[in-house]
Write a protein that binds this ligand. Structure first.
Ligand code: T3D
Length: 261
């Protein structure tokens, strides 16, 4: 059987490629399990300092595999249980892992596939990519983090309209409303995403992890509480080997050599 997720690690980057191109990388039980395993492996491997998530073929991810769902092949009949057991561990692991995650959206990202794309720290997209909150088309509600990410990234009005109207938006529009950091021509997207991930893998990984931790808390805090979060995390960052190296390199007018700790 072809692996539903390809895992490749080199130059400090773990690349995870969703690999069910015939169905636009729709997520069945096997893909979800392999994706979770890959994300957890990347998080645990100290040699891995950046993660790149993308899709094989012409799609990034079309969300839940509806054929498997219809035939009961998911093994879980209750959607809530399915989400808690399969989707949430992946989304949380991506957001909480103390290393940067780049998502390279190479085609359509629909339903939970759009949530997965937005779970990245830096979202890149090919110019022909598209984004679709497909859920309400089939009588579901946005899940796997879409109701969290959308209002925060695009604002509440756009979140409501995207979720309720379920209109497919193109990459330009997604970029314009803050769902995508940068667009690339399709033929160079993977190269550019790889280049960025390899660059991130040479940078101060510990600080990146702490940046994620601070931002993950930001919207739940008032200013005073968030200032306290920053102070606590900055104490840790400032004691890191990479901070000592970064400051020394600046003073000595040379390029820093970060070790990620
Ligand atoms: O209970 C729960 O499951 C809770 C969890 C929910 C999470 C969710 O993600 S719910 C939302 C599920 N996803 C969708 O509703 C999207 C369904 N797909 C589409 O609307 C369209 O395929 C796209 C807009 C994504 C792309 O359209 P297009 O025209 O570019 O491609 P296509 O021809 O529709 O799809 C190509 C093939 O992929 C096709 O198979 P075929 O006809 O060539 O044999 C199509 O059936 C298959 N495919 C696409 N999406 C899915 C899928 N197969 C299974 N599941 C899919 N989600």
């Amino acid at each position: 059987m072809t692996a539903p997720v390809l895992y490749q690690a080199s130059e400090g980057v773990a690349t995870l490629t969703l690999n069910r191109p015939d169905v636009l990388n729709a997520m069945n039980a096997e893909l979800m399990s392999a994706l979770r395993e890959g994300v957890e492996r990347a998080a645990a491997d100290s040699e891995v300092r950046a993660v790149l998530l993308t899709g094989a073929g012409r799609g990034f991810c079309a969300g839940a595999d509806l054929a498997a769902r219809q035939s009961g092949g998911n093994g879980l009949s209750d959607s809530g249980a399915l989400l808690r057991e399969r989707y949430h561990p992946i989304i949380l692991a991506l957001r909480q892992m103390p290393k940067p995650v780049v998502t390279a959206v190479n085609g359509v990202a629909a339903g939970a596939g759009m949530s997965l794309a937005l779970a990245g720290d830096v979202v890149l997209a090919g110019r022909s990519a598209s984004f679709l909150q497909a859920f309400s088309r089939i009588g579901l509600i946005p899940d796997a983090g879409s109701t969290y990410f959308l209002p925060r990234y695009a604002g509440e009005m756009r979140a409501r309209a995207l979720a309720i109207l379920a209109e497919k938006i193109d990459a330009e529009e997604a970029h314009r409303i803050g769902l995508v950091w940068k667009l690339h021509d399709d033929d160079v997207l993977q190269d550019e995403a790889g280049k960025l991930a390899r660059h991130l893998a040479t940078m101060p990984t510990m600080a990146y992890g702490l940046i994620k931790e601070a931002l993950n808390q930001s919207f739940d805090n008032d200013l005073a509480a968030q200032l306290e979060v920053e102070a606590t995390l900055q104490s840790r960052a400032s004691r890191s080997e990479d901070c000592r190296e970064g400051v020394a390199a600046f003073i000595e007018k040379r390029a820093p050599k970060f070790k990620g700790r």
